[in-house]
Ligand binder design. Structure first.
Ligand code: CMX
Ligand code: CO
Length: 146
């Protein structure tokens, strides 16, 4: 089951300036930031709200780290804007398999590493009415140390 909008991915040329726009305009703060070399992005996650499945919904601001990355290619063609949407699920493997059975191309054989230790895969935008769609299973929340 897909149980939340996990995030909306927004491609930008300058991550720091875009983070500042979201802070100054809406008051959203950076919840987490990291570089994902495999995906070729530097990213900031802005937490918007918690969700009733125990997860949360974020904006994911993405700046490319190299010219051959998917986001750099997309920015060169389209300019800044909404790049993908991501649905959250407790079972990314099962969801990817059942969506694949429906004839939608799943881009990865096995889920890869996403933000904050999550496991992610993508569905081809041409099979999803023009929307690049990501599936996410968040990393388990670590229990506080006693
Ligand atoms: N949204 C909608 N359509 C898109 C798209 C997007 N983000 N990216 C590409 N397309 C469309 C293009 O417009 C193009 O359509 P036309 O043929 O009609 O012009 C078609 O898909 C092929 O595009 P392309 O520019 O040739 O790009 P590629 O086929 O090389 O790559 C894709 C497209 C989806 C396979 C690639 O972007 C990909 O593997 N994406 C998944 C990984 C990713 O996006 N990582 C960054 C985010 C990481 C994260 O969220 O953590
Ligand atoms: Co994403």
């Amino acid at each position: 089951m897909l149980t939340r909008i996990d995030h909306i991915g927004i491609a930008c040329f300058d991550l720091d300036k875009t983070v500042e726009f979201y802070r100054a305009t809406y008051g959203f703060e950076v919840f987490h930031s990291e570089v994902n070399e495999e995906q070729g992005v530097r990213e900031a996650m802005l937490k918007i709200n918690g969700t009733d499945d125990g997860g949360a919904s974020y904006l994911q601001l993405l700046e490319p780290t190299r010219e051959d990355s998917t986001v750099a290619k997309w920015l060169a063609k389209n300019g800044e804007g909404v790049h993908h949407i991501a649905f959250g699920t407790a079972d990314v493997d099962g969801e990817a398999a059942s969506i694949k059975d429906k004839g939608v191309r799943v881009l990865y054989e096995e889920p890869r590493r996403g933000s904050m230790g999550s496991r992610i895969t993508f569905l081809h935008p041409k099979d999803c009415h023009g929307v690049l769609t990501e599936l996410v299973t968040s990393a388990p929340v670590e229990s506080p140390e006693h």
